[in-house]
Design a protein around this ligand. Structure first.
Ligand SMILES: Cc1cc2nc3c(=O)[nH]c(=O)nc-3n(C[C@H](O)[C@H](O)[C@H](O)COP(=O)(O)O)c2cc1C
Length: 197
C-alpha cells in the first residue's frame, strides 16, 4: 500500500505555560520527514472536553453516543486516524486528566489502531505516564507500540525546540517505522474483517 497513513499526534497537556507543544511540533516534523504519514496535530487545549460523561458508555452507544456539538471535529479527526502518537508529560506518576477525558469520550475511534508514545517529565522521563496509558488503551482494543521516546529532565535536555541528544531523531525514526507497519497492517485487517470488539 503506497497511500500515506493518517497520523494524529495528540498534545496531552493543556496546562498554562506547558512544554508539550514544543515536543509535539518536533515529533510532527520527524513524522513529516519520515514520509509515511499525513500528519494532524490535535491540541486538547483547543477542544472543550467536559469531565462529566453521559449516562451511557461510548463502547455500547456507538454512533449514537451523545457528545457535545463542539466535540464533533475532534471525534472525526480521531475516527479518521490510522495511527496515533500521544505526547504526554508526567503528572503525579501518571498522565494528564485532559488526556484521560479525551480518551474516555471515545471508544471505537481507538479500536484496532496503533498508538505510540513520546513522554517527558523529570528523572523518569514520563515513563509512569506511558505505563498507565498502555494499560488504559488495551481496554479500548488499541495496539501499543513497543518503541517510544522518553525525555527525562526536558528542561535541560531541550534547547530551541530541539532535543540535545543526537540519538533522539534515530529513536523517532524507529518509532515511526513500527507505527507505520502497524498502521498498514491494522487498516488492512479492519477493512478485511470487522474487528470483534
Ligand atoms: C501536577 C503536576 C504533577 C507533576 N508530577 C510529576 C511527576 O510525578 N513526575 C515527573 O517527572 N514530573 C512531574 N511533574 C513535572 C512535569 O512533568 C513538568 O512540569 C512538565 O513540564 C509538564 O508538562 P507540560 O509543561 O507540557 O504541562 C508534574 C507537574 C505537574 C504540573
Amino acid at each position: 500500500m503506497n497511500e500515506k497513513h493518517r497520523l494524529v499526534i495528540v498534545i496531552g497537556s493543556v496546562r498554562e505555560g506547558r512544554f508539550g507543544p514544543v515536543i509535539a511540533s518536533w515529533v510532527a516534523e520527524r513524522a513529516r520527514e519520515h514520509g509515511g504519514f499525513d500528519v494532524d496535530v490535535v491540541d486538547l487545549a483547543e477542544v472543550e472536553i467536559p469531565l462529566a460523561l453521559p449516562e451511557v458508555s461510548p463502547k455500547y452507544a456507538g454512533d449514537a453516543y451523545p457528545r457535545p456539538a463542539a466535540m464533533a471535529p475532534l471525534t472525526s479527526r480521531l475516527a479518521e486516524a490510522d495511527a496515533f502518537i500521544m505526547v504526554t508529560p508526567e503528572y503525579n506518576h501518571s498522565y494528564p486528566a485532559a488526556l484521560k477525558s479525551a480518551i474516555d469520550w471515545h471508544f471505537s475511534q481507538w479500536t484496532a489502531k496503533p498508538v505510540a508514545f513520546v513522554s517527558y517529565g523529570g528523572a523518569a522521563g514520563g515513563r509512569h505516564a506511558v505505563l498507565h496509558l498502555e494499560n488504559v488503551l488495551t481496554e479500548l482494543h488499541a495496539v501499543t507500540i513497543r518503541d517510544g521516546l522518553a525525555f527525562p529532565n526536558y528542561y535541560t535536555s531541550w534547547q530551541e525546540g530541539q532535543p540535545l541528544d543526537p540519538a533522539a531523531a534515530g529513536y523517532a525514526k524507529t518509532l515511526l517505522d513500527q507505527l507505520a507497519w502497524w498502521a498498514g497492517a491494522l487498516r488492512a485487517a479492519r477493512e478485511a474483517v470487522p474487528y470483534p470488539a
